[in-house]
Design a protein around this ligand. Structure first.
Ligand code: MG
Ligand code: FE
Length: 169
């Protein structure tokens, strides 16, 4: 196998580990967003998209014989769980989670942009198309977050002030 194909395979595996981490992170946020139904619903949608993205990557790896056995990246999953839980007592966990999500989506956008170019170079149009689909979903999630962050921030502040008032009474 050529070096280029080896790199394509490696980056597909990295992307798969990234999606598993994404699923863990998104789920831990989803469980704690009862007070933010709009954000919660969008995250719920992206959890479903994320699962499909991981499947698409598995199909890509099957195509080029990359296998899937080395991808169960337990370390990455643990990290994601720790990140998910670290904000539990911070008070502004919804904001910390939003920062993490926005950052994560942009890492995914960069990963798929790389993978699309790599697949093109290797003459793998189906892998290219799968990565373009994943890229579109990440871009949509990132721009949804960008558009809705101001409202989420103000909801957070309003709720926090109300809580403070209640505590004083
Ligand atoms: Mg993703
Ligand atoms: Fe994503």
């Amino acid at each position: 196998m050529t070096n280029s194909r080896e790199w394509l395979m490696q980056w597909l595996r990295d992307a798969h580990a990234m999606e598993e981490q994404a699923e863990t992170m998104l789920k831990s946020q989803y469980d704690r967003l009862e007070s933010y139904p709009g954000l919660r619903q969008r995250i719920g949608q992206h959890i479903e998209e994320t699962k499909e993205q991981a499947k698409r990557l598995e199909q890509c790896l099957d195509r080029i014989g990359g296998g899937t056995s080395t991808m169960k990246d337990a370390g990455a999953k643990l990290m994601a769980t720790a990140q998910g839980l670290s904000g539990i007592f911070a008070g502004d966990e919804v904001m910390k989670g939003s920062l993490a999500s926005y950052t994560f989506e942009h890492m995914e956008i960069a990963s798929y942009t790389m993978l699309i170019a790599a697949a093109e170079k290797c003459g793998e149009p189906e892998i290219q198309r799968a990565c373009e689909q994943n890229l579109r979903e990440e871009q949509e999630m990132a721009s949804w977050l960008e558009k809705n962050l101001p409202a989420v921030t103000q909801q957070f502040m309003a709720r926090d002030e109300k809580d403070a008032d209640t505590a004083k009474r």
